[in-house]
Design a protein around this ligand. Structure first.
Ligand code: SAH
Length: 345
């Protein structure tokens, strides 16, 4: 389903009805058309029948309350995960002014994933199907409604949940357009990020879109031999091919690109790995994001001291590095873990 199909429901209505419905759905964040008081009763009933907007989900909250994970049930009974990460304000002053309050939604783009990266829980479940445009939008609406109850808003959306967004390019971009629409959810393009294993065709297509969204590449290894072991897709899209596509993307968009690097103990975290990574990453508008590994059955996460050393080597050589802290411990927040545990997908 997409917005065109939704709009068709208003073909026989006066022009302003669609605007009223969009406002009720994306701004007032109604949970049922019955409460869209600006619409006539008969239309509300028709919409409830043809375009129901309840979102069935179970939620799980982490101990520190910064992460909430939702397990959404789709119409064919398959399940997907969406995660809300609530970032604390960096200082008391900005907290008092309500600045800096970030609520990031991590959305899924597929049910399962065909890529089978060795460290990723989603890969273990295999691939079911692509998500439809509306199933992606619903994940955001679910948490927008949730946050509204505490008078907060969604500020960022990252495609870092289950699946590979560039293997479902059209629907991912369709969802972004709906969420970016000024008359709809109205979240600025710069607040979206797509994370990919490096599907080159996707990077090339994104470079041609007139959309200022952010691109992140899951790199995780500084050489093809190791990367192919961790991520089988590297045989099709080796590092050099990906970096060429990224360079071209940067030339066209002038936007920064993030390279994600999960720190896995004794696998990709040595000084040698750091030095090899420097040679790849020392370019303008590249930056590296070091991520703590979330346990998914094999591997161990690198100790803090090792991550610190790794980071220092990159920084000393002039590579920009950021660090992603662990979110959602205790609620299986690593990609795909909750669905895997639920057992039924
Ligand atoms: N397929 C896309 C998006 C989904 S994964 C991609 O690979 O980029 C989103 C991010 O979570 C990726 O950087 C991925 O590598 C990371 N991730 C997967 N499993 C993880 C784990 N066990 N611990 C930490 N990060 C993980």
């Amino acid at each position: 389903m997409d917005l065109i199909q939704f709009q068709r429901l208003f073909d026989k209505e006066p022009g302003y009805r669609l605007e009223q419905a969009k406002k009720a759905l994306f701004h007032d964040l109604i949970q049922n058309w019955q409460t869209a008081k600006t619409l006539p009763l008969s239309l509300r009933e028709e919409l409830n029948k043809k375009w129901p907007i309840e979102i069935p989900a179970k939620t799980f909250i982490s101990k520190d309350r910064n992460t909430t994970k939702a397990l959404l049930t789709l119409k064919d009974d398959l399940k997907i995960e969406t995660v809300l990460m609530r970032h604390k304000p960096r200082s008391r002053a900005s907290s008092l002014q309500g600045r800096d309050k970030r609520n990031t939604i991590c959305v899924s783009s597929q049910v399962g994933c065909p890529l089978n990266c060795s460290f990723c829980a989603t890969g273990k479940m295999g691939f079911e199907r692509n998500l439809e445009v509306w199933e992606i939008v619903e994940q955001v609406l679910f948490f927008a409604r949730y946050l509204k109850k505490i008078k907060e808003k969604v500020t960022n959306i990252v495609f870092m949940g289950m699946g590979e967004p560039f293997l479902n390019y059209q629907n991912v971009l369709g969802a972004i357009r709906i969420l970016n629409d000024k008359e709809g959810f109205n979240l600025g393009a710069r607040h979206f990020s797509i994370s990919t294993v490096g599907i080159v065709e996707g990077i090339e297509k994104l470079a041609k879109e007139k959309l200022q969204i952010n691109l992140a590449i899951s790199l995780h290894a500084p050489n093809d031999e190791l990367r192919s072991k961790l991520m089988p897709i590297n045989k099709k899209y080796p590092i050099k091919k990906i970096l060429n596509a990224v360079d071209d993307y940067i030339k066209k968009t002038r936007r920064r690109v993030m390279f994600e690097y999960i720190m896995i103990k004794n696998v990709n975290d040595s000084e040698e790995h750091a030095k090899t990574l420097v040679r790849l990453m020392k370019k303008p508008l590249y930056f590296v994001n070091l991520i703590s590994y979330n346990f998914t059955g094999i591997f161990k996460s690198s100790p803090a001291s090792r991550i610190k050393k790794f980071k220092e080597i990159l920084e000393k050589e002039g590579v920009t590095v950021t660090q992603r802290y662990r979110f959602g411990e205790g609620i299986e927040a690593a990609c795909g873990q909750l669905v895997a545990k639920d057992g039924r997908k």
